[in-house]
Write a protein that binds this ligand. Structure first.
Ligand code: UFG
Length: 322
């Protein structure tokens, strides 16, 4: 049985939907940002907290857990600068409690959601996993700390793990049943689509003076189902012993500027956006684009969705659930 911590969140729920096709799944989520109705009916659901030893104990004593996937975290860069305590508490201290329990119960396999924010401001076109990790905000640091704990736990306790560093997750499941639902929403694609649905007056573009061709930030958008498939491959690699420890980037390898994303949303929806150009948002690197060559070569993963397809799937979800 596979324990998915944070399986009621945006990315976790998409992974659960893929995982229930192959494995028995139990989801632990405190529903602080996740939604119960995003969890596939075929999974067992437990409402509880990964930082609470008693919640964890009752799961590990009741179910034969083979592997743990950990998605439960706070993930807003700006919030992490204002409230670092929350990030070190929820993302680091609570994860340590989870890891301690995993070691106590002899579970050997762990998959961890990490982030491009661990790299800080890289000065390369395509970021590879061996680029230096110099996070520029507490969110990125909180994720990097857990990566470092995992490396130490692998040596000391024989924990096998895969770290997946996501670039910009976006889009919604093909079924139309689950999608991105943050409150408050801060991510670019859902904000544009909410504006195009008439739920927001305009879309702000944060900064037009970056060192990029059109002056706006460039990101690598990756469909959430592509991310989900990478987790299935990572789990197989751990369970079969193909991998003991690994760190992989997950992106498309293509960079799109904020302006290009808005234009693609306009094209997909056939609607015109009202754009407000504003100051930079603190903490935004100019360009973050992944090389995902390592996971392609080692696990046979390949991103399948283009930016247009990502936006099409998100548009279907937003129209149905607005
Ligand atoms: N942006 C705007 N206007 C908006 C919202 C965003 O111009 O209203 C811009 C941002 O400045 C950025 C780009 O759109 O350049 C994408 O912003 P998002 O907030 O959608 O995503 P981020 O790249 O900031 O964040 C994502 C993940 C984080 C992770 C980070 C790694 O959501 O969890 O990538 O850098 F930390």
């Amino acid at each position: 049985m596979i324990l998915v911590v944070g399986g009621a969140g945006y990315i976790g729920s998409h992974v659960v939907k893929e995982l229930v096709e192959k494995e028995q799944v139990i989801v632990l989520d405190n529903l602080s940002t996740g939604h119960r109705n995003l969890v596939d009916d075929r999974a067992v659901f437990v409402q509880g907290d990964l930082g609470n030893k008693a919640d964890l104990k009752s799961i590990f004593e009741t179910y034969p857990i083979q592997a743990v996937m950990h998605f439960a975290a706070n993930s807003l860069v700006g919030e992490s600068v204002k409230n670092p305590m929350k990030y070190y508490q929820n993302n680091v201290a609570a994860t340590l409690t989870l890891l301690e329990t995993i070691v106590d119960y002899g579970v050997k396999h762990f998959i961890f959601s990490s982030t491009a924010a661990t790299y800080g401001i890289p000065n390369v076109e395509l970021i590879t996993e061996d680029c230096p990790t110099n996070p520029i905000n507490p969110y990125g640091r909180s994720k990097l700390m857990v990566e470092q704990m995992l490396a130490d736990f692998a040596v000391a306790y024989g924990l096998n793990y895969v770290v997946l560093r996501y670039f910009n997750a976006a889009g919604a499941h093909e079924s139309g049943e689950i999608g991105e639902d943050h409150n408050p929403e801060t991510h670019l694609i859902p904000l544009i689509l909410q504006h195009l649905l008439g739920q927001r007056e305009k879309i702000a573009v944060f900064g037009t003076d970056y060192d990029t061709p059109d002056g706006t930030c460039i990101r690598d958008y990756i469909h959430v189902t592509d991310l989900a498939k990478a987790h299935i491959l990572a789990l197989e690699a751990l369970l079969t012993g193909k991998k003991k420890t690994a760190v992989y980037n997950l992106g498309n390898g293509l960079g799109y500027s904020v302006k290009e994303v808005i234009e693609t949303c306009e094209k997909v929806t056939g609607r015109k956006a009202v754009i407000e150009y504003t100051d930079r948002r603190p903490g935004d690197p100019a360009r973050l684009v992944a090389s995902s060559q390592k996971i392609e070569e080692e696990l046979g993963w390949k991103a399948e969705y283009s930016l247009e397809q990502i936006i099409e799937s998100a548009w279907r979800w937003h129209r149905q659930h607005s």
